[in-house]
Design a protein around this ligand. Sequence first.
Ligand code: SF4
Ligand code: SF4
Length: 430
Amino acid sequence: MSFLLGPLRKHIPGFKELTDHNEILNIETPKEIAIPLMAMGSTNLELYVKEGDRVLVNQKIAARNDHFVIPLFSPVSGTVTGFKDEFHGWGGRKSKHIVIENDNQYEAVAPTPLDYVSASKDEIIEHIKEMGIVGCGGAGFPAYLKYKPMTETPYLIINAVECEPYITQDYRNVNDYLEDLVNGVHILRKAGNVQKTLVAIKEDKKQTIARLKEAFGGFSDIEVVGVPNVYPMGWERTLVFELLKKRYDRLPSEIGAVVNNATTAIMVSRAFRLGVPITEKMITVSGDGIKEPRNVLAKIGTPIGDIVEACGGTTDENVHVIHGGPMMGKTMLSKNVTINFTSNALTVLIERKVDAIGCLRCAACVDNCPAGLIPVKIQDAEIAKNLDMIEKLDTNACIECGLCTYVCPSKIDVTENMRRAKNALRLRKG
Ligand code: SF4
Ligand code: SF4
């Protein structure tokens, strides 16, 4: 990964007003849910249930158990009716899903709350692991792993920046569950033996900043920091540089920092206060292709088609439904794709035919790349299938943020070409 950072000066329209104050809709849980048996790209999961088994709410049904431990839990009570192959929210090919028939009884396993005040650092980390708390900012990285190697953490950064257009679910979570956010931050401070905590949010969110400052007011080692409204300020690397003026190679822990998304901190609080894992997500459903943009609460395993319908359906026959935001999300090929534990948005956009023209060599993609890359040259190398050049140009440092496509006056999907170039490198490594 590159040590370089690009200029990071692009303000892009947010369209946040479409959803940031609308009433939150509870999506009715369907009769049948399907949970992808996948965690951080791996389908090598251990199964704890089989066809015909009755399961309860919050029961562990599967887990990735290699160098990452990521358990999956049932959001409903009912019967495992089987398994099916289906597309999933991370894009790519179909993968195995576990299918559960919902009996609408919501009979749950006994919750396992934990008092973090009396718990040790190790007990706290173990509880975060057992509850399957993963990064809610999109990557789904297991939260416990960030704290396990840290005997002491100079900086904990709580990321409430939410820089992708349309998405407001972090904003709503922070405002609607402020007490849980505060509780979660205190738990994470103890998990990491943290010296200084920085809660980062866009500087134009003045009212929320005031509420956060009041909520954390009694703690001199917790600071609420407003950051510029530019994209992709929420990317971990740029946020760390903005706050600490430090760069790192692979992980922020190299410079003594741990970064957690604000919603992740809220989920951590619930895992301790209520003793429950993540089985439901707040999802922003927005874009010019949806009739009633809003935030919704949906159980994991709910099909995206149901959610689109619950938001009034689409404004046009031809729309793209993107899992995530318009810059970094993936267009879904089926309305049967279901919500998973990393889902945070569905962006529904009217399809518009775009006629790309030849590259103008204007370097707008170079000027705006936050990873400090030369996208136009990588694109040339990809077209020429020059793998050595693709590697030399540090293509794997691309975070697929979408900015190069966004700024390209020729309407070239430069980001897609970056993905292809990265894929070519992956295939060469085998
Ligand atoms: S998607 Fe484009 S702008 Fe974003 S990091 Fe990759 S090359 Fe740079
Ligand atoms: S922004 Fe588009 S037109 Fe300009 S150099 Fe990059 S790829 Fe070419």
